[in-house]
Design a protein around this ligand. Structure first.
Ligand code: HEC
Length: 197
């Protein structure tokens, strides 16, 4: 009887010890996972998925509502998936451009300005643009170029009157009086995806 009592105490003590060790181990695992996140890979996945969803939204709107009616749909807010992606990955997802239509899409800090400059400079030298990451204090940023890759983009970002129909242009100018995002040609650098953790 006594023997069983002491044995139980010893077992309890041993288990307590193991639990503590496990706690320490899992805490350091969490820490090392946070450090080991492959931001380039996760950023690629997030922006590929967002871009596909946005393209689907734009094509749907163009076919159902025409160019003018689709103007509001080249917008991350029109794509619920982007919201859930940023929740799930605890990150911010934006598009940033030097020639922005929505003033919220201008570079908002020195890291974004620097990334835009890197892409613009490489593009002017006709170098290939690849995604990259930058660390700024506690934050990690992922950047990916957005090229003007499809004819459809020109109907709202191309040359006014020539590519952009007058009614569409009027709507754009009414909604975005200081619009800079026109005059693009195919294969131009249009801006970048930014994912910030
Ligand atoms: C039907 C019109 C329309 C089409 C087609 C369109 N866009 Fe847009 N685009 C807009 C509008 C309007 C905004 C501003 C959205 C906002 O307020 O967030 C915008 C914003 C953007 C932005 C964010 C930067 C900025 O200027 O504010 C990028 C990048 C962009 N478009 C790229 C493209 C690309 C690439 C395509 C082709 C796949 C495309 N757009 C097709 C209307 C369009």
């Amino acid at each position: 009887m006594k023997y069983t009592f002491f044995l139980s105490l010893w077992l309890l003590g041993a288990c307590g010890g193991v639990t503590k060790q496990e706690k320490v181990a899992s805490a350091s695992q969490v820490k090392s996972t946070a450090v080991d996140i492959d931001y380039l890979k996760v950023g690629d996945e997030i922006t590929n998925t967002s871009q596909a969803a946005l393209l689907k939204e734009i094509s749907w709107a163009l076919s159902k509502k025409g160019n003018e009616g689709a103007v509001g749909h080249c917008n991350l807010k029109a794509v619920a998936l982007v919201d859930s992606l940023s929740d799930a990955n605890q990150c911010e997802i934006r598009r940033v451009s030097d020639k922005y239509r929505n003033p919220n899409d201008k570079a908002q800090n020195t890291v974004e300005t620097k990334a835009l400059q890197i892409f613009l400079e490489k593009h002017s030298k006709q170098e290939a643009l690849k995604p990259f990451t930058l660390q700024e204090g506690e934050n990690t940023y992922y950047f990916k170029p957005i090229m003007l890759g499809m004819e459809t983009c020109l109907s709202c970002h191309g040359i006014p009157q020539q590519d952009i129909q007058p009614a569409t242009l009027n709507t754009i100018r009414r909604l975005y009086p200081n619009d800079l995002a026109v005059g693009y040609k195919l294969k131009d650098f249009r801006g970048m995806w930014v994912v910030k953790w």
